[in-house]
Design a protein around this ligand. Structure first.
Ligand code: ZN
Length: 542
């Protein structure tokens, strides 16, 4: 940034270029022109008044001639400087400013350093003409937190994948495992479920299967769980994660008290609510009401995960509850994945007795992930004992579309791919919204879709996590996390039968100014992903 100020001769040359109609050269000269510095040096000269007169006259003349080229003056000293990377001629879409125009983006030191209608010079210049340049997608609900999953995420346009629902415990160790080793940015809440499983010595993997489901926590256990959650927040966790549905013996008081902890710490609760489906007592609507009242009474912020798979045919009612509460001052948001089926562990409490009535489906609507087969009463009983992942085809298409079209409902995957198996949402969520719901069904505008994938998730977090203010937008100073895609062809390829399929049409993806996807291929050997984390509590003491 030691751009030297050009001398009067060069300035005159710039004006001469402008007169001659050589706009490119004139802009280069004028962009280097720093009248304040020049004025200061002039003041040291003996013929002060004469030189000042000359300077002012020259500046006025330059302004007169260069006036039509003013846009370039808004990026002083940048159009001529070299950027690390220039993304040229893309259709830049920023949901915060609503910019939707052809622009050149200059990236320097991992940040967006210029957004210009004029050409920029860079050490690497990539022509992205005809492609949309959007902020990198932020997935608030990403269970897959390893290299296999980060690759599917990156190819789906995701630059930040966060485990906010189930969360993790202990928190510091989880971050340490990923620091410097991740393709994309990562982060997690401290999880009520993992804390509860540890304290109650549940034998389940990832989700509980015995003690944490079958019996109440003792008052002493609740104290230990609360201590683990507070410790996780001290270690920089992004909030508190809940899956009450998976630990249904958790009392309402236990949830309410933890919401109060979140309120005190200024973090949000990310919640899979107590029940799903339509059967009363125990409907999805009632479960949404429980956490809305906890948020209202404690002042805590609340994010309700996958609203469609919880509320099913009552999704419109649940969205009205959320919108009504938000209008009356409760800080509440929600999300959905764009699929007509759920996925979870068959041995979990969701498939306790009564599941068929509650979810409105039966054995044949369940698909065993390991083999792809549809279940029967007999295989259901056998696999539930063994334990494993199951897909439940329970969300009507019109409900999925309703949530996709709603500008308030964020896009989040709830994805997890393990050894190429899982739910297609782990690989295709974002491209599916862009391809199916924006392009094919015209259920929402492209800008609204981008907003639901970028700005809204960033805003959900930024009150508690200041670093998120630099994500989810395209503006000077923002992190150069970018998704560049072809809106005419972008589409998901992952299916229930073959979930491990990369999305198509996401051409380039950058994380912190580093290409992680280039020409629809993963760039091997780069690990630019950074931890998204709250400032550590004890940093003040250090
Ligand atoms: Zn989930």
């Amino acid at each position: 940034m030691t751009q030297s100020v050009i001398g009067p001769g060069d300035r005159d040359l710039g004006i001469a270029y402008a007169k001659a109609g050589r706009r490119d050269r004139a802009e280069e000269m004028i962009s280097k022109f720093d009248p304040v510095r020049e004025l200061n040096s002039m003041r040291r000269c003996t013929h002060t008044y004469f030189r000042r007169y000359m300077l002012i006259e020259t500046v006025l003349l330059a302004a007169l001639i260069i006036g039509p080229f003013m846009p370039v003056l808004s990026v002083p000293a940048q159009s001529a400087a070299e950027f690390d990377i220039v993304l040229a001629n893309g259709r830049v879409m920023d949901p915060e400013s609503n910019l939707d125009a052809v622009r050149n983006i200059g990236i320097r030191a991992g940040k967006i350093a210029a957004i210009s209608a004029r050409p920029l010079r860079g050490r690497t210049v990539v022509d992205v003409k005809g492609l949309v340049v959007a902020p990198g997608f932020i997935d608030l609900h990403s269970h897959g937190q390893d290299d296999e999953n980060y690759r599917y995420k990156a190819r789906d346009g995701v630059t930040t994948a966060l485990e906010l629902e189930v969360g993790v415990s202990p928190v510091a160790a989880w971050y340490a495992q990923r620091d410097g080793k991740s393709l994309i940015n990562f982060g997690a809440t401290v999880g009520h479920i993992p804390a509860k499983m540890a304290v109650m010595k549940d034998t389940g993997a990832f989700l509980p299967r015995d003690n944490a489901i079958n019996r109440l926590s003792t008052p002493d256990e609740v104290r230990q769980i609360t201590d683990l959650i507070k410790q996780g927040l001290d270690e920089g966790a992004l909030g508190i994660g809940f899956g009450i549905n998976y630990v249904p013996t958790t009392t309402r008081a236990e949830v309410f008290d933890l919401f109060a902890v979140a309120a005190e710490r200024g973090v949000a609760n990310y919640v899979h609510v107590r029940h799903g489906g339509a059967t009363e007592p125990g409907s999805g609507v009632g479960a949404v009401q429980e956490v809305l009242s906890d948020a209202a009474a404690t002042g805590a912020s609340l994010h309700i995960v996958h609203i469609t798979s919880v509320c099913l045919r009552q999704t419109a009612t649940c969205l009205s509850l959320i919108e009504g509460a938000a209008k009356r001052g409760v800080d509440v948001t929600t999300e959905a994945y764009p699929y007509t089926a759920t996925q979870t562990r068959l041995e979990s409490a969701i498939y306790n007795d009564g599941w068929q009535e509650s979810l409105g489906i039966t054995f044949k609507d369940l698909q065993w992930v390991a083999t792809g087969e549809r279940l029967t009463a007999e295989t259901f009983a056998r696999y539930r004992k063994e334990g494993g992942s199951v897909i439940g085809h329970s969300i009507p298409e019109e409900i999925s579309r309703l949530a996709a079209a709603n500008p308030r409902v964020m896009v989040a995957s709830d994805g997890l791919i393990e050894n190429r198996q899982g739910h297609p949402r782990g690989a295709g969520t974002f491209a599916r919204v862009l391809g199916v719901y924006v392009r094919e069904q015209k259920a929402l505008s492209l800008m609204d879709a981008i907003r639901k994938m970028t700005l809204l998730p960033a805003q959900r977090l930024e009150k508690a996590v200041p670093s998120m203010r630099a994500k989810g937008r395209i503006k000077v100073g923002a992190d150069a996390d970018l998704a560049i895609f072809d809106p005419a062809i972008v589409i998901d390829r992952a299916t229930f039968e073959q979930p491990a399929q990369y999305s198509e049409g996401i051409r380039h993806v950058l994380v912190g100014g580093i290409f992680v996807v280039r020409d629809e291929k993963i760039v091997e050997g780069v690990k630019p992903g950074k931890a998204v984390r709250r400032p550590l509590r004890d940093q003040k003491k250090l």
